[in-house]
Ligand binder design. Structure first.
Ligand SMILES: Cc1cc2nc3c(=O)[nH]c(=O)nc-3n(C[C@H](O)[C@H](O)[C@H](O)COP(=O)(O)OP(=O)(O)OC[C@H]3O[C@@H](n4cnc5c(N)ncnc54)[C@H](O)[C@@H]3O)c2cc1C
Length: 287
């Protein structure tokens, strides 16, 4: 597929293919088995994969980078999605794409994909889990793009941890698919159809309404500015970076290719200092 060269992120030093970045990930293909619309905002892709190490796919909250467009003479355009679930018997994964109105690389991929579509991806990248060790109550904040991550986390919730989950979405049914876990309360903020995603105060409001804000362990993911505001709020209440697992999944008005270029620039500085991926603080990037 051509026409998307401007979205390609050049990696002139080849850093992204090196071991420090790849860790235990591999680049393989997935073959789409089905695409369904289980709830109004979700396109659920079930795809077959043949990983070298299937055990690595059994952990909750894994991310994968899907090559959604392949321009000529440029690196593939890729987008990061969460593995909602992995079925080791069928060797299939589920990925929930939040459908949004932009004419974007991921939405174009989705529009042309169907059973039999084969697409390269890199994964699995283990993403943050709640800090079950710390003994504190866990507060989770997520917009619709992080519902698959929260789904995977709740399915593997480690008892006896206690928690609260706050989700913002326009899609009540997507929220209602989340598992009910003993000791965890799920709360929905139903965004209005006329409200812009990534521009609402609901998740930050929920954070600010938590009693004893300094006594929690935080997991948050969603729009980058919202995620940053949540992190800043809890920092102001004395939580250190190790007590917060906060990630920006997308940025309102900004393509992920732009974010990826900033990521690569930051990472290349880290590598130039002889350091590795563990030094990477994604939300500190100026994007
Ligand atoms: C670790 C990680 C896990 C993720 N998991 C998921 C997941 O499971 N499901 C999922 O849907 N997304 C997930 N995302 C977010 C997803 O990668 C972004 O939404 C991405 O921008 C989609 O690419 P695109 O090509 O559609 O849009 P882009 O080309 O990146 O952006 C084009 C325009 O669309 C806007 N846009 C992008 N996403 C949305 C959105 N959701 N709602 C409204 N506007 C948007 C951008 O602000 C921009 O203006 C994850 C991101 C990360 C980093």
């Amino acid at each position: 597929m051509g026409g998307s060269r401007g979205e390609s992120v050049e990696d002139r030093q080849g850093l992204l293919a090196q071991d420090d970045h790849m860790r235990d990930m591999e680049r393989i293909q997935m073959e789409v088995v089905s695409i369904t619309r289980p709830t109004p905002t979700v396109a659920r892709v079930t795809a077959r994969i043949a990983p070298t190490n299937p055990d690595a796919w059994c952990r909750p909250n894994l991310a994968m980078r899907i090559e959604v467009e392949t321009p000529e003479d440029a690196r593939p355009v890729s987008r990061v999605y969460t593995v909602r679930s992995f079925d080791p018997e069928r060797s299939t994964i589920e990925i929930d794409f939040v459908v949004h109105p932009d004419d974007s690389p991921a939405m174009r991929w989705l529009a042309q994909a169907g059973p039999g579509t084969k697409t390269w991806f890199v994964g699995p990248r283990p993403h943050f889990l709640p800090d079950y060790e710390c003994g504190r109550k866990i507060a989770i904040f997520a917009d619709e793009t992080a519902i698959p991550a929260v789904y995977a986390i709740l399915n593997a919730w480690e008892q006896p941890a206690r928690g609260v989950v706050y989700v913002e979405t326009t899609d009540r049914a997507a929220f209602e698919e989340l598992p009910q876990v003993p000791g965890v309360e799920n709360h929905l903020f139903l965004r209005g159809e006329d409200e812009q995603p990534g521009k609402t105060p609901y998740l930050l409001d929920a954070a600010q309404a938590l009693p004893e804000p300094g006594a929690w362990s935080i997991w948050a993911a969603g729009e980058r500015e919202v995620a940053r505001a949540i992190r800043k709020y809890f920092e102001g209440h004395g939580l250190g970076r190790d007590e917060m697992r906060v990630f920006g999944y997308w940025r309102h008005g900004v393509s992920s290719s732009q974010i990826d270029r900033a990521r690569l620039g930051h990472y290349s500085g880290i590598r130039a200092r002889g350091e590795g991926l563990e030094r990477f603080e994604d939300l500190d990037l100026p994007v």
